[in-house]
Design a binder for this molecule. Structure first.
Ligand SMILES: [Zn+2]
Length: 500
């Protein structure tokens, strides 16, 4: 349990300006590793996807993976970075069991992509996050600490290492320090990672599964006393593995660091661990300086000099990026930035787009996904996209309502049927007899029965109390189990009672 003293967030921002910085690691979805031909498939038996190169055995020589270089350049292009005409890999020396070579092949002062920015929208406000660099490196292996209760090394009986992950291409996207977000700093950090994840997903270069570690975030935070000329000392919270945790980690560090500074203390420059269960961070190791790593250019690899014509080809082949797509859809659907943000936050954007493509109006598509379906997903504790209904089925449902075959109330019953696996909307309507009755014999009989059964109500209506007709409408709806269209019933009753 954490014993840190914390300051309320509202109070933090009266005295301090938070400065965030994010380092995001994206494991690329290439078929083979960064410097050898080993497979990158997730979840294989430990140490079955290794070779002399990724185990760092003497005499083995690495060769750079062209697909990984292309993917990194594409990420850089999507962020508006400059692509270096010439750059090198560098050795980052440190000893750790998951680094069998004793160094990580990374990039140091010559990254593949430099500069750029990513705009994130939050409550109608745009925050520009400047990108420092996008570089390419290799992932480490994975330590498994056995015997302890926490899975951490402390208290473990022994540790095992799985080198399957060692050498998988990893892109690191580093932002410049981001001041100016104030109280919104936690949300801006989350929105940035969300947007970045969407861009990488759109590029198709990684599956960006945070829970499997293919997208991981280190969250830097420092506080500047308001008006101070110097920047505060930052901490780096490592391996934050969900979007929600990014937001929580920033918030926690803001509150903790403010308490340290308020008490006259000094923030220690260190790496910290994030704890999912409590939302707190705890001290890791004191942060190394770049010089501790004794970086030097990797002598076993040739420099990368991307042919400008190839970079141009990659630029021309970029897909429509998320921000451009949202702007286009907003225009097409005639909705506000806030409405678009709701759709995106609910994870409904793609579903609504596909529903519209299947023939529904944008308004109907949004209504069903953000309304009844969002509620059902919420109740079931699942994502919208995991509900047992397809966009085409939602479009079909909207079509049935439009055609007057069913009304909104019946449509909800049809939804239940579809979600329960009883078939498509039209099949459920037929199987359960849920179609709205036209002016059929059955409906005429029900209307006449209602009139015959309530002579007192008929009297009142004829005497001028027209609103009493509602009781008769209710009676007909009950007999027909809601399959009648209320407007039709009312009209049929009026014809017979008032003109009868
Ligand atoms: Zn290998």
């Amino acid at each position: 349990m954490s014993t840190d003293r914390l300051v309320d967030l509202d109070e933090v921002i009266t005295r301090y300006e938070p400065v965030i910085g994010l380092e995001t690691h994206v494991e690329l979805g290439t078929a083979s590793k960064m410097f050898c031909g080993c497979s990158t498939t997730f979840g294989a038996e430990p140490n079955t996807q290794t070779c002399p190169v990724c185990l760092g055995l003497p005499g083995s020589l690495p060769v750079a993976n062209e697909a990984a270089v292309a993917a990194t350049i594409r990420i850089g292009l999507a962020l508006g970075s400059r692509i270096a005409p010439w750059c090198r890999f560098a050795r980052k020396n440190y000893f750790y069991p998951d680094i069998p070579k004793g160094f990580q092949t990374s990039q140091y002062d010559e990254p593949l992509c430099v500069g750029g920015h990513l705009d994130v929208e939050l409550d109608g406000e745009t925050f520009r996050v400047e990108i420092e660099r996008v570089h390419l490196e290799e992932d480490t292996g994975k330590n498994l600490h056995v015997g302890g209760s926490t899975g951490r090394i402390h208290g473990a009986d022994h540790s095992l290492v799985d080198y399957n992950r060692a050498g998988i291409p990893l892109v690191e996207i580093v932002t410049r320090p981001v001041p100016g977000a104030g109280a919104k700093a936690p949300e801006v950090a989350r929105a940035y990672v969300t947007e970045l994840r969407e861009i990488v997903q759109t590029l198709g270069v990684s599956d960006v599964r945070m829970e499997q570690g293919s997208l991981r975030c280190d969250v830097n935070l420092s506080l500047n006393p308001v008006g101070a000329a110097e920047w505060g000392t930052r901490t780096e919270t490592k391996n934050v593995n969900s979007l929600r945790s990014v937001e929580r980690a920033v918030r926690y560090e803001m509150r903790r660091q403010a308490a340290v500074l308020d008490g006259g203390g000094r923030v220690v420059q260190e790496t910290r661990h994030f704890h999912e269960d409590t939302g707190s961070t705890s001290s890791g190791r004191s942060k190394e300086e770049a010089t501790d790593y004794r970086y030097f250019p990797e002598p076993d690899l040739v420099p990368i000099a991307a042919d400008p014509a190839w970079v141009q080809q990659l630029t021309d082949a970029l897909p429509e990026l998320p921000a451009a797509r949202r702007a286009r859809l907003r225009e097409e659907w005639g909705i506000s930035a806030t409405e678009m943000q709701w759709l995106a936050n609910a994870g409904a954007l793609g579903l609504v787009e596909q529903t519209v493509a299947a023939g529904a109006s944008p308004a109907d598509a949004r209504k069903w996904w953000l309304g009844d379906l969002a509620r059902r997903a919420n109740e079931a504790g699942t994502e919208l996209g995991e509900l047992a209904i397809t966009p085409a089925q939602v479009a079909e449902l909207a079509g049935l309502v439009d055609a007057g075959t069913i009304n909104d109330k019946l449509a909800r019953q049809v939804l239940d049927g579809v979600l329960a696996g009883q078939g498509g909307p039209a099949e459920v309507v037929t199987a359960q007899g849920l179609a709205v009755l036209g002016e059929s014999d059955e409906l005429v009989a029900a209307v006449e029965a209602a009139i015959a059964g309530a002579p007192d109500v008929v009297q009142k209506v004829r005497g001028g109390k027209v609103q009493a007709l509602g009781a008769l409408v209710g009676a007909v709806m009950k007999t027909t189990r809601g399959t009648a269209d209320a407007g039709t019933v009312k009209r049929m009753l009026e014809e017979r009672v008032l003109n009868g």
